[in-house]
Ligand binder design. Structure first.
Ligand code: NOJ
Length: 476
């Protein structure tokens, strides 16, 4: 164990205390983590999303998305009223960014297609300039030996479709099929790795239940149909990609976190089961052919109303891989007042647990536990960590960004991914969220997740120490 690791160990547990296994594993990772431990087929990359980095929100025929609309019409919902109108200006700087990825030895880049950039009204007329942009991005990636991993939907529904009800309107299934078909036919000759959705639980809950994200809808009334139509689109999108992309590697991604009951009390344990359904099980189970987990969360029976004949047959799809996106662990306690769920998550800050700048608990073992939880489903062939990373406050000092906390976070979580892999789970890749700092939705530009910093006045990129570490790790 390194000196640094010993110091950290003493600081956390104090001299003479027994060291918990997970902490020990994390500390040992300091000196033991090597790229080769993960095997030569393991995929390494960084992840991003169209709205969070591209900018060029109304350029070259792009239509308005629900996020363009949300930030312009409900500025109070975003920290400091910020927008991603320009963001990282990836729309113009993609060449430089992809060259930087190459220089940093990053073998794969996960990014998303902006639906309203390629079909401005969501259905009908295709915008050739939008297609050309993604063609240029894909071709540049291939030229720089950066493998493209493309997400079809990362939360930016065309506003024109939202005006017809968006995810609440069952017609979204046919609109989505049309859109995925356009993506597959235009890019599927060169892009082999696809993800249908990014975190369906997050965009339906934040956008159609809690009103915190675009389109700002609130309540169970819009939420239940949005959930069911998204599940239907999962299957539909998967099938379209499979039949249009030769040798395609077709997956989708889920937000997830391991859930514990507060103080291990019986009443909280029951609340934790319900929390686990909402956080982890709601979308994966119908996708695997297990139906909605109504037994463990009875309020889900309201979805029944939206299930049409044949839907149960069309909900499942056999994905080649399942993307897991994990940042934290959740502690749940009973709270009768919360409709349907009768529980809430307890703030880790209040519990005195270490947190990131998002207020999310840092618990490396959490990623191991959630990998094992998903691996226990029979239908999952392969798991890829399609997002993991941390927001911490950064400071530019003499043109450099020293971010030891972020590097340590990545190392500690990676050690736990390796632990699951060594125990026989088929984990096939790891993507850091994110390559560059970017627009963190309702939190604006404050949380910094990048391993490359961005000066938003000049759009200058600064490779952080975490980026330098990742680059060295990949090179070795
Ligand atoms: C979840 C989302 O996929 C991504 O858009 C977001 O920025 C990160 N995780 C961090 O919150």
């Amino acid at each position: 164990m390194t000196r640094e690791a010993w110091l950290k160990l003493s600081a956390v547990v104090g001299a003479g205390t027994l060291v918990p296994n997970n902490l020990l594993a994390a500390l040992l990772a300091d000196e033991q983590l090597k790229r080769s431990d993960f095997g030569k087929d393991f995929v390494w990359g960084t992840a991003s999303a169209a709205y969070q980095i591209e900018g060029g929100w109304n350029e070259d025929g792009k239509g308005e998305s629900i996020w363009d609309h949300f930030v312009h019409h409900h500025p109070g919902k975003i920290e400091k009223h910020e927008t991603a109108d320009k963001a990282d200006d990836f729309y113009h700087l993609y060449n430089d960014d992809i060259e930087l990825m190459h220089k940093m030895h990053i073998p794969a880049s996960r990014f998303s297609i902006g639906w309203s950039r390629v079909i401005p009204q969501g259905t009908g007329q295709v915008n050739q300039k939008g297609i050309d942009f993604y063609n240029r991005v894909i071709d540049k990636c291939l030229k720089e030996n950066v493998e493209p991993w493309v997400t079809c939907y990362h939360w930016d529904l065309p506003q024109a479709l939202q005006e017809k009800g968006g995810w609440v309107n069952r017609d979204v299934i046919k609109w989505f099929e049309e859109y995925v078909g356009v993506c597959a036919r235009n890019f599927g000759d060169r892009v082999k790795n696809w993800m249908v959705f990014n975190e369906p639980a997050a965009f339906t809950a934040l956008g159609y239940l809690l009103g915190m994200h675009a389109p700002g809808k609130m309540g169970f009334k819009p939420f239940w149909p949005a959930v069911h139509h998204t599940v239907m689109c999962h299957g539909a999108g998967g099938r379209i990609l499979k039949s249009n992309v030769k040798n395609g590697n077709i997956g989708t991604t889920f937000s997830c976190s391991s859930v514990d009951a507060w103080k291990d009390k019986e009443i909280n344990k029951k609340a934790a089961v319900r929390g686990d359904v909402m956080i982890n099980r709601l979308f994966i189970e119908p996708t695997l052919g297990l139906g909605y987990p109504v037994k463990d969360l009875p309020v889900l029976k309201h979805i029944q109303k939206y299930i049409k004949e044949d839907d149960e047959k069309n909900m499942p799809f056999e994905f080649d891989f399942i993307g897991l996106q994990n940042y934290n662990r959740d502690v749940v306690k009973y709270l009768g007042l919360v409709p349907g769920l009768h529980g809430i998550t307890v703030s880790p800050k209040k519990l005195g647990h270490p947190v990131t700048d998002m207020g999310w608990e840092v618990l490396p073992e959490g990623i191991y536990r959630i990998i094992k939880q998903f691996a226990a489903y029979k239908g999952i062939k392969k798991i890829i960590i399609t997002e993991n990373g941390a927001a911490f406050k950064d400071e530019v000092v003499n043109g450099e960004i020293h971010d030891p906390q972020r590097t340590q976070f990545i190392k500690d979580y990676l050690a736990q991914v390796l632990r699951a892999k060594k125990e026989g789970v088929n984990v096939g890749g790891y993507f850091i969220w994110s390559f560059t700092d970017n627009f963190e939705w309702a939190d604006g530009y404050r949380p910094k997740f990048g391993i490359v910093g961005v000066d938003y006045k000049t759009e200058k990129r600064i490779v952080k120490d975490s980026g330098k570490w990742f680059s060295e790790f990949l090179k070795a």
